[in-house]
Ligand binder design. Sequence first.
Ligand code: F6P
Length: 348
Amino acid sequence: MHVGLLTGGGDCPGLNAVIRAVVRKITNAGGDCLGLLEGWRGLIEMNTRPLPALETDGIIARGGTILGSSRTNPYKQPADVQRCVDNFRDLGLTALVAIGGDDTLGVASKLYAEFGLPLVGVPKTIDNDLMATDFTFGFDTAINIVMEAVDRLRTTAESHRRIMVVETMGRHAGWIACLSGIAVAADYILVPEVPVNLDHMCSVLQRRRAEGKMYGLVVVSEGAKLPESGLITSDVHTDEFGHVQLGGIGEVVADLIQNRVKIETRSVTLGHLQRGGPPSAYDRVLATRFGIKAAELVLEGKFGMMSALKGNDIQAVPLKDAVAKQKILDMRYYEEAKAFFPEEEPKK
Ligand code: F6P
């Protein structure tokens, strides 16, 4: 049994924990593992490294991925798809575990469906926007990073009586903004799933000040759309999967607030800090459980499947279900967040 592993898409805390779990489980079963470097590019270019169990010692505590990552999409070039199929055979792989988000797993799902490659997926993304799993690993670490950052920003906001706007990642799903916003008791949260109502946001901020709270915290998701400007992008070029780079909405929102409510307002974009550093305990455990399940699927010969969290159980779900569409924010969370910035004026 010769099992390949690759990590694709944006890096994410917990990738190394998955690698460790797969390698340990496969080697314990008498097989060995081969790392394909930098996502699908590693398979296209046959860029690999052996992964003996000892190499995975201690990596559970490290962010990023020891295999490197990229947003390489083999389906951009038909020749690259064929290379993946040929190289899979030439490397003598029995199976391949692809660890990634919707883009990486979308490729895995197609290679399985079109060529019958024995692939198993593991869901990763700080955005938590993958279908068929309740949560992805990386998300918990990301919201904890946002929480710690905002707890620090709060002291300055409070001291200077300012409003602080914090921009989070998350692409077109509001999971990071909404759940971190709840965790920091934000005065207002802007997510892509809800049309932005600037009048309401400003009236909430003004009301809080009139009530005596002399600072304000607004959490905005990078993918939220403003009434006039729509999506704000920091680079119009698209990556190999057709995504534009989002970013910049925090500053725009801060300017809008300052102009309307006449309170000094600053913005902070947390950017890649949200993806960096060691994974939280929750993510280490979840990633480990996902890795064990993926290795079991390989050992049982159950391909075209992905490890998934359903309640407290780790289950196998078809890869195609995970990539069918994007999992946007569960609006129950936003309704709960809104209890703190209701549409109606609070009753006196
Ligand atoms: O998908 C993870 C993510 O961090 C998104 O939240 C963000 O929009 C994107 O990746 C940024 O990608 P890159 O690191 O390629 O700029």
